[in-house]
Structures are given as structure tokens and as C-alpha cells.
Design a protein around this ligand. Structure first.
Ligand SMILES: NC(=O)c1ccc[n+]([C@@H]2O[C@H](COP(=O)([O-])OP(=O)(O)OC[C@H]3O[C@@H](n4cnc5c(N)ncnc54)[C@H](OP(=O)(O)O)[C@@H]3O)[C@@H](O)[C@H]2O)c1
Length: 308
């Protein structure tokens, strides 16, 4: 496929690599809908919040601090509600859950967008490797805490990545979630993104028989603040080739917006989405037994985290 074909081709949904968040939501009236998105202050999360609010949704935008969430929400036209949610701090996640419940907001979509990538050195939170904790466990606490707040047709959208292919070949390293036996920046980012896929898979299984859906998304490769932990040479290269070879931020935000609100995605659940279409992830990302085990282990981790 030539670069031109890549940028212009469309899949069965009618959208493709080059579609933007505005394209995939064009003509939709989201008034009356409430959508929560994590990581609303940067990158594709910020663009998704802007476009969903533009189409009339009330967007609950979360960021690590209330100040960051407020600043991001103030920069957007439309109805937004800023909420603090530091995913690596269970107390903050539980407070965010309590705030959403107190507001009484029923969620039509919940987009688990926030994430960190390729930390150069191993870091941990509560004895768990930090990318796994932030990208998966933090969102696991948030989503499971908000299940009762979901509408009957709610969609949960979980940002994964094509980098899930870089997860260990054994899948999730359940016997070393602290990464004490060895650490690799990309291997552990990949593991957290495989966990995002498996979480969506198990959630979709639990939603079976209802109109609720859960899907995982690869947004494309986009030059955002996500690259902040990459070495300076790689970051400079990324910045240079970005405008030519990577997706723009509006293109990167498309798939999560499509999954969250487009009528064409209403019946899709348990899938891996990229370029606003269903794609095939690596084989173990579809392993239902692995997905179930991850859920159980995540519950065990959640049970030993501080509550207040
Ligand atoms: N960009 C890509 O090429 C690419 C490719 C594949 C997948 N993805 C996925 O897409 C998602 C969005 O990435 P992006 O490119 O938009 O990155 P980004 O610009 O760095 O945005 C990431 C967001 O996550 C927030 N975040 C990070 N750690 C957090 C924590 N502990 N608690 C709460 N929020 C936290 C960040 O907050 P701060 O600004 O305060 O740090 C920021 O709002 C991520 O899940 C990423 O893995 C991106």
C-alpha cells in the first residue's frame, strides 16, 4: 500500500487512517449525552474532549489535578465538568468515582484515555510496575467503581496501542507485576497495553446480553507529550518526521470518538479498533481465560490498596 493509499483509504465503517475526530462525529447531535474521558488536558484526550463537547455532549474531563482539569475544560467550547483523577493514586481515583456519583451523572460513554509510555527506569506504585498500575489498574478502579453509573447503552472505550505486540511473549507476567526480575521500558509499556486489551475483552464478556459495550483502541502513532520519556534523539526524530509520517492529533483522536459515539460502533463489543474499524490484535489479546485471570488479579490488587 502506498502512503497516499494509507492516508486516504477507508474501511467498512466508511472511515480510515486519515479521518479526524470531527469527521467521525460529523452530523451527530450528542446533546443529552454525558461522556467521561481521562487525560483530558493533553494530546488526543484533549482533542477528543473538544470535539465531543462541540457536538453537544457534556464531557466530564479528568486530569491528574483539579487545576489541570479546570484549565483544559476552560479551553473548550461547550459543557464540561473538570474532575481530578490521578490514576496512580487509588484515593484520587476513588474520590473521582465519588464525585461523579455525587453529581448523579449517568455516563453514556467512559473513555479510558490517559496513559504513560516507556518509562526509562522501573518505577512502582503500591508494589506494582508504574505503567501497569497507571494504564491498567488505575482505569480498572475507575471503571469498576463507575459500573452503576453507566447507562443501559453505555460504551467503555479503553486506549490500548499497537505496542501491545511488545508485551512479553508469555503475556502478562503475573508472577512479577512489580518487575523485580527485570524491566524493559517498551516491554512493560507493551504489557500494560495488552492488559488494556484484555480488560476490554473481559468487560465485554460481562456486558454480554446487554446493550453495553467495551472495546480497546489503537489510536495510531501521533506526536504528543506521550513521547516525553523517550531519549532526546528519538524525541527529536519523532518531532521531525511527525508532520509527514505520523497521524495528526485530530486524526489520532478519531477512533476513540468513533467507538464512543458513532451509531456504526453501537453493536461492536470486545473488539480491537484502529482507524475507526475493527482490527486483529495479537492472539493472546483474545484469550478469554487470560482476560478473566487479569480481572481476578486486578481485583486482588485493588483489594489491598488503601481506601482513604
Ligand atoms: N500518541 C501515540 O502515538 C499513541 C499510540 C498508541 C497509544 N496511545 C495511547 O493514547 C493515550 C493518550 O496518549 P497521548 O498520545 O494523548 O499522550 P499525552 O499527550 O501524553 O496524554 C496522556 C494523558 O494522560 C495523563 N496521565 C498520565 N499519567 C497519568 C496519571 N498517573 N493519572 C492521570 N492521568 C495521567 C496525562 O496527564 P499529564 O499531562 O498531567 O501527564 C495526559 O493528560 C494513551 O493511553 C496512550 O498509551 C498513544
Amino acid at each position: 500500500m502506498s502512503l497516499y493509499q494509507l492516508f486516504t483509504s477507508k474501511g467498512p465503517s466508511g472511515f480510515g487512517y486519515g479521518s479526524t475526530a470531527e469527521d467521525v462525529t460529523a452530523g451527530l447531535d450528542l446533546s443529552g449525552k454525558t461522556i467521561l474521558i481521562t487525560g483530558c488536558n493533553s494530546g488526543i484526550g484533549q482533542e477528543s474532549m473538544r470535539v465531543l463537547a462541540l457536538r453537544g455532549a457534556r464531557v466530564v474531563g479528568t486530569a491528574r489535578t483539579l487545576d489541570k482539569a479546570k484549565a483544559a475544560c476552560e479551553g473548550v467550547q461547550g459543557q464540561t465538568v473538570p474532575v481530578a483523577c490521578e490514576l496512580a493514586d487509588p484515593k484520587s481515583v476513588r474520590a473521582a468515582v465519588a464525585t461523579v456519583k455525587a453529581v448523579g451523572a449517568k455516563l453514556d460513554a467512559l473513555i479510558c484515555n490517559a496513559g504513560i509510555m516507556a518509562l526509562p527506569k522501573r518505577e512502582q506504585a503500591f508494589g506494582v510496575e508504574l505503567q501497569f498500575f497507571t494504564n491498567h489498574i488505575g482505569h480498572f478502579l475507575l471503571v469498576t467503581g463507575l459500573l452503576e453509573q453507566l447507562t443501559a447503552t453505555a460504551r467503555v472505550v479503553i486506549l490500548s496501542s499497537a505496542a501491545h505486540h511488545q508485551a512479553p511473549k508469555e503475556g502478562i507476567l503475573f508472577d512479577d507485576l512489580a518487575a523485580e526480575k527485570g524491566y524493559g521500558a517498551w516491554k512493560h509499556y507493551g504489557q500494560s497495553k495488552l492488559a488494556n486489551l484484555l480488560f476490554a475483552k473481559e468487560l465485554a464478556r460481562r456486558f454480554a446480553g446487554t446493550q453495553r459495550t467495551a472495546n480497546a483502541v489503537h489510536p495510531g502513532v501521533i506526536h504528543t507529550n506521550l513521547a516525553r520519556h523517550m531519549n532526546p534523539v528519538a524525541t527529536a526524530l519523532f518531532a521531525m518526521v511527525g508532520p509527514l509520517a505520523l497521524k495528526s492529533v485530530p486524526q489520532g483522536a478519531a477512533t476513540e470518538c468513533w467507538a464512543a459515539v458513532h451509531p456504526g460502533a453501537a453493536a461492536i463489543s470486545g473488539a480491537y479498533l484502529a482507524d475507526s474499524n475493527v482490527k486483529k490484535p495479537r492472539a493472546d489479546a483474545e484469550d478469554l481465560a487470560l482476560a478473566k485471570r487479569l480481572w481476578e488479579v486486578s481485583e486482588q490488587i485493588a483489594a489491598r490498596l488503601p481506601v482513604s
